[in-house]
Write a new protein. Structure first.
Length: 426
């Protein structure tokens, strides 16, 4: 590295689930926080890069405002490089949060949960990805060989993420050919999302610097294993004490109501959590993803599972398994928290544990199939006025414009071209 001057990337995660940025140059020793102009109609940029049609997209101003800064170095010759990445909020010119700033929407949801119900959430995120230029052509799931074959890249990536202070917990081979997973230590929802956005950005940066192709797309082909975003979570009281369990180590009333709220709104929630044209293909047998709006103990095909694996003294925690990287994590957790709050507000009864194996034989009342297409998810959201009203009307309008334009483009793509376009986008 020739000097300590760097590019600084002012990062946001947008409605299409893509990390976008304004990049500025920082002179040696410069420590000031920065802001930069942004265009409101950027919210209409689809994952493919096309701008959804709108009236007067050229009009308006908002700004990116720096929240925190992470210096990242890549010290592997000949790829030695350095850059700064800063998570940003989007503000109006009067310094109020812009309606489609997804980070601000998550802050609003967290505030509702904490101030209305006295509950804090701890979240640990897991994100799967593929190295789509790998020369491997055979499946060797979870094997050490799978890791060793890509260790040069994975070691540099892991070192870069660790040096950035993102709470990296593991980076391991997954179930697909050249598929891997990043997992992060539990934290508050805002920091967990900040870290994931930084991690994905640093992963792309590291891959490009090393001449590799990385993709977080929900599917890179119709046949291969999909990539998900898994949300591990625990409920805590205002003092940080875990309240997942009640008497006899069963679901506590509050945890039960929170999870029942998620399940009640889940069809609509998928419009935010699994929001691409290809996302619904993951939620179909025999894939290890959710098919129904069910809760189950130790079932990796449940929408929300209870697991006894974890760290610390908590008897168990939960995993939300119906999200992917086509979604902004801020929007996933905002909708997820609001859905849980709605369950708490109505004091819904805790859900019964119903395994997916049981449900494939018979569906009890209140349990149904998850949406299989983006159209079905968007229609479910339209019908769920309670969840929609948790967000500003302007955000909802822009979201539908963005997603409907994505649909228009994706419906014209066929075969491998469809999956290749999504692999490039994510």
């Amino acid at each position: 590295m020739k000097s300590s001057a760097h590019f600084k990337h002012l990062l946001i995660s947008d409605l299409s689930g893509v990390e976008r940025a304004k990049t500025i140059w920082c002179e040696n020793g410069e420590v000031n926080s920065h802001s930069a102009g942004w265009i409101p109609s950027n919210a209409l940029i689809t994952c493919f890069g096309d701008l959804a049609p709108s009236e007067m997209p050229e009009v308006g101003d908002v700004k990116l405002v720096e929240i925190n800064e992470n210096l990242v170095t890549l010290n592997q010759p000949p790829h030695a490089s350095a850059a700064k990445f800063s998570i940003c909020a989007i503000e109006n010119l009067d310094q109020t949060p812009w309606h489609s700033c997804l980070r601000s929407q998550l802050e609003k949801a967290i505030k509702r949960l904490e101030e209305t119900f006295g509950i804090q959430l701890r979240v640990g995120l897991e994100q799967e990805f593929y190295l789509i230029d790998s020369i491997r052509n055979h499946l060797n799931a979870y094997s050490l060989q799978s890791f060793f074959e890509e260790e040069d890249f994975l070691e540099i990536l892991g070192t870069s993420l660790n040096n950035a202070g993102l709470g990296l917990k593991s980076l391991h081979a997954e179930n697909g050919v050249a598929q891997y997973e990043l997992t992060f230590k539990p934290d508050n929802p805002l920091k967990a999302c900040d870290h994931l956005i930084l991690a994905k950005s640093i992963s792309r940066w590291s891959a490009i610097k090393m001449g590799r192709r990385i993709s977080f797309s929900p599917l890179i082909s119709k046949e291969k294993v999909g990539s998900g975003l898994h949300v591990h979570f625990s409920l805590c009281d205002k003092d940080g004490t875990n309240i997942n369990a009640g008497e006899n180590k069963q679901l506590s009333p509050k945890a039960g109501s929170f999870i029942s709220g998620i399940l009640k709104h889940l069809n609509a929630l998928t419009a935010f959590s699994s929001p691409s044209f290809i996302s619904g293909l993951r939620y179909q047998p025999p894939r290890w993803t959710a098919y129904f709006n069910n809760f189950a103990v130790q079932d990796r095909k449940a929408a929300v599972r209870q697991t006894y694996l974890g760290e610390g003294t908590e008897p168990f925690h939960f995993e939300f398994r119906t999200a992917d990287a086509a979604a902004s994590p801020y929007l996933v957790l905002s909708a997820f928290i609001h859905a849980g709050c709605n369950g708490l507000e109505k004091k819904l009864n805790p859900p019964k544990s119903l395994t997916t194996h049981q449900l494939l034989k018979e569906l009890p009342e209140g349990i149904g199939r998850l949406p299989k297409t983006l159209k079905e998810s968007l229609n479910a959201l339209i019908q769920d006025e309670i969840l929609m009203k948790c967000f500003p009307e302007e955000l909802i309008q822009q979201y539908f414009e963005n997603k409907n334009h994505e649909l228009t483009i994706a419906e014209k793509l066929e075969g491998n071209e469809l999956f290749e376009r999504y692999s490039q986008s994510y």
